[in-house]
Write a protein that binds this ligand. Sequence first.
Ligand SMILES: Nc1ncnc2c1ncn2[C@@H]1O[C@H](COP(=O)(O)OP(=O)(O)OP(=O)(O)O)[C@@H](O)[C@H]1O
Ligand SMILES: [Mg+2]
Length: 963
Amino acid sequence: MALRRGIPLLIQQFRALFTKNLILSWRSKRSMFLQLFSSLFFIFLIFCIQKAMEARFASTTSFENVFDPKAVVSPPIPPCEDKFYIKLPCYDFVWSGSDNPRLGSIVDRIRENNPGRPIPLNKVQAFRTKSEVDQWLFSNPMSCPGALHFVERNATVITYGIQTNSTPVEMRGNYEDPTFKYQIPLQIAAEREIARSLIGDPNFGWVVNLKEFAHPALEIFSALGTIGPTFFLAIAMFGFVFQISSLITEKELKLRQAMTMMGLYDTAYWFSWLMWEGIITLLSAFLTVLFGMMFQFDFFLNNNFAVVFLLFFLFQLNMIGFAFMLSAFISKSSSSTTVGFSIFIIGFLTQLITQFGFPYTTNFSDTFRIIWSLFPPNLLAQGLTLLSDATATPEDPGISWSRRGKCAPNDEECVITINEIFIWLLSTFLVWFVLAIYFDNIIPNSSGVRKSVIYFLNPGYWTGKGGNKVSEGGICSCISSVPRPENNTPDDEDVLQEENTVKQQAREGIIDTNIAAQIHGLVKTYPGTTTIGCCKCKKTSHYHALKGLWVNFAKGQLFCLLGPNGAGKTTAINCLTGITPVTAGDALIYGNSVRNSVGMSNIRRIIGVCPQFDILWDALSGREHLHLFASIKGLPPASIKSVTEKSLAEVRLTEAARTRAGSYSGGMKRRLSVAIALIGDPKLVILDEPTTGMDPITRRHVWDIIEDAKKGRAIILTTHSMEEADILSDRIGIMAKGRLRCIGTSIRLKSKFGTGFIANVSFSGGANGNPVRGEDVTTMDHEPVKQFFKNRLDVVPKEENKSFLTYVIPHDREKLLTNFFGELQDREREFGISDIQLGLTTLEEVFLNIAKQAELESAAAEGSLATLTLTSGPSVQIPVGARFIGIPRTESAENPRGVMVEVYWEQDDSGALCISGHSPETPIPAHVQLRASLTATSQRNVRSRAGGVHGIVIDPNQIGTAN
Ligand SMILES: Nc1ncnc2c1ncn2[C@@H]1O[C@H](COP(=O)(O)OP(=O)(O)OP(=O)(O)O)[C@@H](O)[C@H]1O
Ligand SMILES: [Mg+2]
């Protein structure tokens, strides 16, 4: 099937990713709803605030046009309880001059003639003098709003004075003006009654009218202009946070890496997100304006629709660009809310400063304005200010489309026009977008890989013929040369032969058409890291994960890579798939080098990878996954559907095809990953532990799939199941500690590395063949057989119980076996044998042997010591893995050379070597040469600094025990 490439592939990928984004958004409806409809909630809040403000100012006429002011006619003295903040009981007024009966009657009349409300006697307090009033006021604060002081100069002259608490006070947004509320009514009442008293006519008319000026409305408080910036920023923050978290999740879960491995173009990736977010932003901005108009805000009704819409759209788009850029710096999706919150707080503060006039007034230089305008919320705040000022009163015309480039109405400073704000928003958005792509390339990805800081200067980057060279570590990490692992010649002849073959082919440029992939001395060293904490510097040293791998993978064959945890299998695969750059050496896949970007892009088209850990979107179904990856791979659109269905059927996921991968079981996820690896008919399939977590039935089924997939392609498989390796593999390579330890067919490895043959002898009379504990009985019954084995083959049973004897027969006795077993069979009756089974050792044993050998090597290289505690009491320090140990200071007349023991080693749960026991102490044979230096050391430094006695290592070859 011919895969698509070039522009058609780019468009196909873009469409597939766009659909993926659409599905993901659709599946998280809550966030989508918030993104689109949060504006309704915020505009409703603004509407409520606006209404509350208007209600608060309803008591004043300042905010309305007053053409014909109403007169207030002789306002009465209000009850003291009406005063804001008063202590009860209170007095409506107090007065001085109570010695004078004429003044007393004037006050009585003030009380009785108060318009609409005669004042009760107990609400007025009388004093003799002014100073008594002051004294009372001092000791009874907040008990009375006003005081009158009368003095009768003579029969025709009565003077008076007024005291009021002139502090203006505010209560729930209403201001109390003491002059108008208390002073003027008191004054009118005092003057009226004095006049009536002097004239002698108690009904003398005295009417005072009070009227404000006719005036235009003051600029009313605009909720939109004041709190709008914060609220509209909050609306944009939803999209911002969701965008950041989507991008980071794809990065964190290595989904993006998986897509890149399938040949995804970065351009398609970025534009698919941009397109989707652009549409969401467009809708969100449109709805914002619509809701604003629905609530009848002058801001939305009087300004031109397109102008208001563009401001919201460009601002939200700008924030999305900003999110793209910030996502490059964040590696955990859980941080996206924190980042969003921080941006919101910073935006809120800078918007506040913007509203105070910084820096969009003539007082500030352009430099301030340019720097300030780089942060999108500031531009929004200024834009909203211009638009709300332009509609401050219902008479203002607002900003029309044609006036967008001119000074806004009511904007005296005219430092920036709304059109300039649009241009700023659009150009900074482009800057963020370009920076997002740049930072995405130069900041280490989830595998710690990044491009050079000046990668874009390489012409190859633009022509697609290079410039994709990647390196590891942070941008600021000190580049120190990492030492290469020493170049050891392999001990194993097969590995050496493989290495020589590959080297020769590489040297002579031989292209073997049967070879699918060739690894040339692959070295991978993970650089050490330095993290600076608050108190100390944490350093980790470099680690050689692969120490020079030479191997050929043939077409039509399945190569099984085995090895203990941490052997470097996944690292080797990552090097082949380009996830991690190789430190040295190279790998050629169908002639394409992994070190070369053109080669790598060719490789991506012909390989299929099932990574060790499932890389799947929880919200996408199995079918959608296969559809997406098939599109990214470049399968012709007409065939995608049929290929997807076929793949699903192959891995038995047809029924679960519509179920989201998040609810798949572990085994189902693995099967989907295998299906993804096989999609697009790749020539090389790499499966990293594909059957982990599968039940035996499914596993066998997947084995069938793999077996079928072998035809016409090469497969590299890693597994920890020896059965799987045995059944599937054509060739097996066992790795340990970054090196290939052995290579060959399963039989070859078993015969070479197994301890030999396993013979199982069953005896008649055993309780159904079940092991019976009772060693005496067993030993007695089986003694003749044991003697027979001992005499003929010199072996002792490895395991024994009443019904079985199990022997491990070393390879070197292979020649004796035919006669031996012939004779044993003849004497079956005599020995009471019911059955004899002979087989090769298992692959598991080969694996364990290789792992143990690797442990021994590394322990020897590191010079690790272990403590051997002898059954006789003393302890000695011995190198890890040493087999024969002479015990110092055991020389005696009987044993002039001292005694020695054989140490048995086993691997613990973590694979490390530990002592499982030792043989009985035997004299050191006379022919054994104790190494001079060691003996000397042992004499001198028997006690090491650590306090232990060092054992004397004896070369096993001198002991001559083959087993
Ligand atoms: N990014 C990394 N940085 C540093 N060391 C790493 C990194 N990735 C892997 N290693 C180290 O490299 C070694 C090989 O790891 P690798 O994942 O290749 O092992 P493996 O053979 O696949 O093991 P397993 O069977 O557990 O999957 C390990 O010791 C691991 O700690
Ligand atoms: Mg692995």
